[in-house]
Design a binder for this molecule. Structure first.
Ligand code: 13P
Length: 237
């Protein structure tokens, strides 16, 4: 069964969440769909019995970090998943520095992790393997005691495909996903699942579904529209 992660980023208000929840009621499978709303709305999804995650966690458990949110506070709201290393966090909040520490904290606290990796520039496709290797090594090398194939999932999100309406072609995606899985298997003896993220929508999902080694999707803007997401989920299921 494919894993479907819906990342709302910094969107929607409380009233939108109420409408959203009404519209999707009994229409999505709870076991493979994970919602990543703004942290203010996590508990609304949890109360309805959905799997829910945070879009990030603080690198510290508690303390003087103004504006940050502790994994323990997020767990109180109902998360069982978190995204770590999203390119927007890496870009705006210098998260390259904290990815390894955040993964450690999440896994030690039994919060499953979606680790985002991806090259920055389309022209860098040729060089992307060394870029991806560096991001994988940085995230995994100090956390091998806690990582299992159940608690860590990789999301391959080429930064240039996020929000751009442009996605890599299927051959490139299939090769890159193979590369990521193979690199992790050979170097870390782990069989990790790999999702794709970046401009996934109801119009390109049928084509993406032809990619054999893909385990699911991390979807941004399309996830904000319940009617579109229901159509998309229907195609995947
Ligand atoms: P879009 O689907 O809007 O391109 O966003 C992808 C993403 O960043 C999901 O984490």
């Amino acid at each position: 069964m494919k894993i479907i992660c819906l990342n709302f980023k910094m969107n929607l208000l409380k009233k939108d969440i109420r409408t959203y929840l009404n519209q999707i009621e009994n229409k999505v499978k709870r076991e493979n769909t994970i919602f990543f709303p703004n942290c203010l709305h996590i508990n609304d999804f949890y109360q309805k019995g959905y799997l829910v995650g945070s879009q990030d966690i603080s690198f510290q458990e508690f303390g003087s970090i103004t504006g940050d949110t502790s994994i323990h506070q997020l767990k109180e709201l109902g998360i069982s998943y978190t995204i770590i290393g999203h390119s927007e966090r890496r870009k705006y909040f210098d998260d390259d520095k904290y990815v390894s520490k955040k993964i450690k904290l999440a896994l030690e606290n039994n919060v499953k992790t979606i680790l985002c990796i991806g090259e920055n520039i389309k022209e860098n496709q040729a060089k992307s393997s060394s870029f991806l290797q560096e991001q994988i090594d940085d995230a995994l090398k100090n956390n091998l005691d806690s990582i299992t194939k159940e608690n860590l999932i990789i999301a391959y999100e080429p930064v240039w495909a996020i929000g751009s309406g442009t996605i890599p072609d299927n051959n490139y995606l299939e090769d890159t996903i193979f590369f990521i899985k193979d690199f992790i298997k050979k170097n870390y003896c782990l069989d990790l699942k790999v999702l794709y993220g970046g401009s996934v929508n109801k119009d390109n999902i049928e084509s993406l579904e032809k990619i054999k080694n893909l385990d699911g999707y991390l979807i941004g803007s399309e996830s904000l529209k319940p009617d579109k997401i229901l159509e998309l989920v229907q195609i995947i299921q």
